[in-house]
Design a protein around this ligand. Structure first.
Ligand code: PNS
Length: 169
């Protein structure tokens, strides 16, 4: 009997996308037939980039990393989105022990909401283990060098969005 494709969802805010995210995407891709990168439309959290901009940046960058990726946005419950697209797993990156509590809670809540869905934790390369979207924005605002931590198209958009005059020290 033909098996249905194993689809994983890699959800996040991606505000903005950084090299740690891309590393997780590359690592999980061979484990599944397709990886859907799902951008949360969390306009309530006042993101720096709109959901459309975040989706666009991902769509621009992912082709460099091979086939089998799809980028979508979602709102509402992650487990509902996962059901809609017929995925079987959630991929989340675990950088350090400090991520664990929040991730563990989410994994258990998602399992409670939909026992069919497994959460798979993956660790990024050590050199990205300290990189977060929050720190990327803070360091950029304060004029720090983010080369190698954020892909060039994202860096370009950060420069457009946060020009030097917006720096507050
Ligand atoms: O990159 P982030 O911001 O840590 O990602 C968090 C995300 C998007 C995975 C999480 O906030 C989420 O799944 N939100 C959708 C709403 C939902 O399902 N909430 C219950 C989670 S247990």
């Amino acid at each position: 009997m033909p098996q249905s494709p194993r689809i994983a969802v890699y959800p996040g805010s991606f505000d903005p996308l950084h090299e740690g995210h891309l590393d997780i995407m590359r690592r999980c891709r061979p484990l599944f037939d397709e990886v859907v990168v799902a951008v949360l439309g969390n306009e309530g959290k006042a993101p720096l980039f709109t959901v459309d901009e975040r989706v666009q940046m991902l769509r621009e960058l992912l082709p460099e990393h091979g086939d089998g990726f799809r980028v979508e946005s979602f709102s509402g419950l992650l487990v509902q989105f996962i059901d809609q697209i017929g995925a079987c797993a959630i991929v989340r990156g675990l950088r350090a022990v400090s991520d664990f509590e929040y991730e563990f809670q989410m994994a258990l809540m998602n399992r409670r909401l939909n026992p069919r869905i497994e959460t798979v934790f993956m660790t990024p390369r050590e050199e990205f283990s300290f990189v977060s979207s929050r720190l990327v924005k803070e360091v950029f605002r304060l004029g720090g060098d983010l080369r190698g931590l954020v892909p060039d198209p994202v860096l370009r958009r950060l420069r457009e969005r946060l020009p030097p005059q917006s720096v507050t020290v």
